[in-house]
Write a protein of this length. Structure first.
Length: 108
């Protein structure tokens, strides 16, 4: 299990229709800058039940700061490997927490 925190820059819902049924996928894009550089990463929530649980309990929105627990899922297709960052849990950070973190990292 991995952990990361950052600011949500985009939330996208996708409905996937297959022969095995219909599925819901939520894509959450965050901007992380803890390393001193800005990195943009996209995380996935797959399945209506899981997406509904996180969405209804957390009310995710663009420009919120979040802590994400995730795992890496990998699959092979025709000799190429595809990685996906799958959300296990997501927590919204309070704004005052983000300000205090920024002040703690100040050099003076």
């Amino acid at each position: 299990m991995y952990k990361i925190n950052g600011k949500i820059t985009n939330i996208e819902n996708q409905n996937i229709n297959t022969d095995n049924g219909d599925f819901v996928k939520k894509l959450v894009t965050i901007e992380e800058s803890d390393s001193g550089f800005t990195h943009t990463m996209q995380f996935e929530l797959f399945g209506k039940t899981k997406a509904d649980i996180i969405e209804h309990s957390q009310k995710l929105a663009v420009n919120q700061y979040v802590d994400i627990d995730f795992y890496i899922k990998c699959r092979e297709y025709k000799g190429k490997f595809y990685n996906t960052l799958m959300i296990k849990n997501c927590r919204i950070r309070q704004e005052e927490t983000m300000e205090s973190i920024a002040n703690d990292n100040a050099p003076f």
